[in-house]
Design a protein around this ligand. Structure first.
Ligand code: F6R
Length: 249
């Protein structure tokens, strides 16, 4: 099986290791590929990884000069300047601190009047600049990756989705009023994710333990979207002790 799990007792170590994993593509000296295409996630889990990447950049160890990035997803109905948009998250945590040119930072256009059309445009961009060399993922408490909610066929490509109530509830912590959490998003599909050269799945906290165990230990099925990762030859999982709790020894 292509899934390798590494457990971390110190969450800070996990963040540093995740930044090193991405950083192999960005090294100022001898990057893994000359023009890296990175797939990026938002949410609480990778915040420490972005902080560590910014530190590596400040230390001169990595450069984003030849990189291009594709984010997994974006809420429908939020403009990029909305503080809870994933575009704003990326500017705050990575793009602004490292001076990343925004024309090479791609996210689905959540503010487009027609989300289906915006999904098609994103798919065309991925076809033009992909494949993604290295994809970073988080995992939802319901096993989602990107915003591919349970039941999403593994063949899906970039598409507009109705967010699961569990996802809206989980993400309401970022919004003043739970009613403000968008009901739709545009997400890369599982087929897009599986086309990446290699994948790093990050999981932190007890709330992720069950989803992670099901993803890695059950037969792959759309009921647990992250279980699709078992079908990929190069997946690394970095999990803290709480998230890895149900994985066995
Ligand atoms: C975010 C994304 C989501 C999150 C997941 C976990 O771009 O695609 O799948 O990775 O919802 O979110 P956190 O890290 O906030 O628990």
């Amino acid at each position: 099986m292509g899934v390798h799990v590494r457990r971390f007792s110190d969450p800070r170590e996990l963040d540093l290791a995740a930044a090193e994993w991405v950083g192999r593509y960005l090294r100022s000296a001898e990057p893994l590929v000359p023009e890296p295409v990175l797939g990026l996630a938002t949410g609480s889990t990778p915040e420490g990884m972005y902080q560590a990447l910014v530190a590596l950049h400040r230390a001169g160890e990595i450069t984003f000069a030849r990189a291009r990035t594709f984010n997994l997803d974006e809420y429908v109905g939020l403009t990029p300047d909305h503080p809870q948009s994933y575009a704003a998250y990326m500017r705050l945590h990575l793009f602004d601190p490292v001076g990343f040119p925004l024309e090479r930072a791609h996210l689905p256009d959540g503010a487009a009047p027609d989300p289906d059309e915006a999904a098609r445009r994103y798919e065309a961009l991925l076809a033009r600049f992909g494949p993604i060399h290295a994809q970073v993922l988080g995992i939802g408490t319901n096993g989602h990756i990107g915003f591919n909610e349970p039941g999403t066929p593994f063949e899906r490509r970039t598409h507009a989705v109705d967010l699961a109530e569990e996802t809206r509830r989980a993400n309401s912590r970022f919004f003043d009023d739970p009613a403000d959490v968008p009901t739709k998003a545009i997400t890369m599909g599982i087929a897009n994710i599986l086309e990446a050269g290699e994948i790093l799945l990050l999981a932190k906290g007890a709330a992720k333990a069950q989803a992670l165990a099901r993803a890695l230990q059950e037969k792959p099925s759309p009921e647990v979207p992250a279980s699709a990762l078992q079908l990929h030859p190069r997946v690394t999982v970095y999990a803290d002790e709480e998230a890895a709790r149900l994985l066995g020894p």
